[in-house]
Design a protein around this ligand. Structure first.
Ligand code: GUN
Ligand code: FE
Length: 432
């Protein structure tokens, strides 16, 4: 069996690795057949169903299902406190600054450029409570051509006075934000309803946000069961509810377009409810380890039928690259497996790769549009070169395609990402 055949037969991973993309120039979509235009630029060697040119290959773009754009200036610093203390000491004081539009514009250009050049073709962003700055994040995503969910963040309790909204004002600003974003008619840009987490939102606010999501048919994002102290606080704030998930559900924010970040401490009740409602999980392993929240058991949630994608959770997570999220998802799973019975299977690199692409598309309810190269989907893709002139990875003649892809996932970085495409448009690469 040649390399190509073994690739074609590896279902999870290699149905996701490019078979051969044909991004139609005008539509930006994947169409059937061999795309001569790729042949014009790169002479590919055909191995089974995969085309490679020496050390190059094409994979679907990464989907970061949870990232806080305003926290980008803190990335790589300030991860020495647990969640609730971390929020008060470092995060809220930074987010307050986004009342300054000039500051917001500067940071948001940087974060979109950084994530895109690291291969994040789609990101689901939390912004801040500020409507103007949230629009500036939309501007940045639009100007670079990134596909983005952008959420004006909502909080009306238990936050510092200078970073807390009134309930009515929060709902009004959110609806204005939604209408402004939808008015742009940019298919790559979607407003996402973003109650920060149950601790910082009254049931009145969450119910109002649920109604807005329904009215405009929008996705929803928030945090869930991230740390033990947070779970305890929620149970004290909402004693009349059966669990953390019950609060969200009764407020109408649990839909099949909802993504919940972290989900480390889900009960059986929570998992069953999320499965029934079609709520997806954003697994943020760097953040969970960096601020010592806990180890999320991706294997168990997948086995129970939950949709699972990956998130960087910048800046609770210290790394903006989805390659890092893939690595730490695998290592978190390995760490769990050490303590589990021998038949517990930790995540394979193929599964982690799937979570970073098609899994992410599922939790964002975009799997009809992106996530792999099925005919008819948008061509969101990365051209990876393992021997680009500035690559730090050594490859060998006897490396199989699987080896090359695995090396990229474990020890590659943005220097190996030569070109990035969103909906057929080159957004990173020569002349971009
Ligand atoms: N829970 C509420 N807000 C946040 C945040 O900004 N980051 C993380 N990791 N968890 C949160
Ligand atoms: Fe977060």
């Amino acid at each position: 069996m040649g390399h190509g055949e073994s690739i074609a037969q590896n279902t999870l991973f290699f149905s996701n690795l490019v078979q051969f993309p044909d991004a139609h120039r005008s539509s930006g979509r994947v169409t059937s057949g061999v795309d001569q235009r790729w042949d014009e630029v790169y002479t590919y060697r055909r191995l089974g169903n995969t085309f490679v040119y020496y050390s190059q290959f094409i994979i679907p773009g990464f989907i970061d299902t949870h990232i806080h754009a305003p926290q980008y200036p803190n990335t790589g610093t300030k991860v020495d406190l647990p969640l609730l203390e971390w929020l008060n000491a470092y995060t809220f004081p930074l987010e307050v600054k986004y009342s300054d539009l000039k500051f917001a514009r500067d940071v948001y250009q940087k974060v979109v450029h950084k994530t895109l050049s690291n291969g994040t073709t789609t990101a689901s962003y939390f912004a801040t409570i500020h409507k103007g700055a949230s629009m500036a994040l939309c501007d940045a995503a639009e100007s670079f051509g990134q596909r983005a969910y952008v959420g004006k963040c909502n909080s009306d309790q238990n936050l510092p006075d200078n970073y807390c909204e009134g309930t009515a004002a929060s709902l009004r600003d959110t609806e204005e934000f939604i209408m402004e974003v939808l008015g742009r008619k940019n298919p790559l840009l979607t407003p996402v309803i973003t109650p920060r987490y149950a601790v910082s939102c009254t049931t009145e606010l969450m119910a109002g946000l649920g109604k807005l999501a329904e009215k405009y048919d929008l996705p929803i994002q928030s945090h869930l069961c991230e740390s033990l102290a947070e779970v305890k606080w929620v149970s004290e704030l909402f004693p009349q509810y059966d669990s953390y998930t019950d609060v969200y559900d009764k407020c109408g924010v649990f839909t099949n377009k909802t993504v919940m970040a972290h989900c480390v401490y889900l009960t059986e009740f929570d998992v069953a409810l999320m499965k029934e409602r079609g709520v997806g999980v954003s697994h943020c392993p760097n953040s969970n380890l960096s601020i010592c929240s806990g180890l999320m058991d991706a294997r168990t949630w997948l086995d129970k039928g939950l949709k699972v994608g990956l998130g960087t959770d910048v800046s609770g997570g210290y790394h903006p690259s989805m390659l890092d999220a893939i690595r730490l998802a695998i290592h978190t799973s390995n760490a769990l497996s050490i303590q589990r019975p021998p038949d517990y299977k930790s995540l394979s690199y193929q599964e982690a790769f799937r979570m970073a692409t098609l899994g992410g598309a599922e939790v964002l309810a975009l799997d009809d549009t992106i996530g792999n190269f099925e005919v008819g989907k948008d061509f969101d893709a990365l051209l990876v070169d393992m021997e680009s002139s500035n690559s730090r990875v050594d490859t060998f003649d006897f490396d199989s395609i699987e080896d090359l892809v695995q090396k990229f996932l474990f020890i590659g970085d943005d220097r190996n990402i030569q070109e990035v495409y969103v909906c057929g448009q080159k957004v990173v690469g020569d002349g971009k």
